[in-house]
Design a protein around this ligand. Structure first.
Ligand code: COA
Length: 146
């Protein structure tokens, strides 16, 4: 199940183990907490109630378009469709017709996920993580589910 995160959700371990390239554990925890407070974070809840993934969307923060800034799945639960489901849920909730996300050039898992889910390459940003450019992707907002 995917739902909106609440400030009471225990997201520290997940944020810390997410291994998000270019984001250290402390910063990841801060970002996820702030997003949960702001209503910008969706979490994936496993059958046993554990939280095993999250996605953060910053509304209209990238040239006026929604930007998915963080996505992470617990290491032990990867390759079971959770990352794809979280991205899809974020796309359904988008507030702009086109949404963006980005990932480091070194992050082949995220690039494979974006390619499989039909995101379009937009361009490359340099000057962020030295030696590891940021690749930017976009897609259209998914139609609202009834
Ligand atoms: C990137 C990440 C979110 C993917 O989550 P996930 O739940 O494992 O992804 P899914 O199971 O939904 O994968 C869907 C498809 O993406 C592709 N994919 C995902 N991970 C892959 C990998 N490591 N290698 C190759 N392809 C991969 C595959 O096509 C996969 O389909 P398949 O399993 O049927 O082959 C996860 O690896 C992660 O949390 N990484 C650390 C944090 C991070 O890098 N976040 C992104 C930048 S913010």
């Amino acid at each position: 199940m995917i739902r909106l995160a609440t400030p009471d959700d225990e997201l520290d371990d997940l944020a810390a183990q997410g291994g998000i390239p270019g984001v250290d554990s402390d910063h990841a925890r801060e970002l996820v907490h702030a997003a949960a407070e702001a209503g910008d974070c969706l979490v994936h809840v496993a059958a046993n109630g554990d939280l095993d993934g999250f996605v953060v969307t910053r509304a209209r923060s990238f040239f006026g378009r929604d930007f998915i800034s963080l996505l992470a799945v617990a290491a032990s639960h990867r390759r079971s469709g959770i990352g794809s489901a979280l991205l899809s849920a974020a796309a359904h909730r988008a507030t702009t017709d086109v949404i963006f996300t980005s990932t480091n050039e070194s992050n082949l898992a995220m690039q494979a996920l974006l390619a499989r889910d039909s995101w379009t390459y937009s361009g490359t940003l340099t000057g962020l993580d030295e030696g590891d450019p940021e690749l930017v992707f976009w897609r259209r907002r998914a139609p609202l589910m009834s």
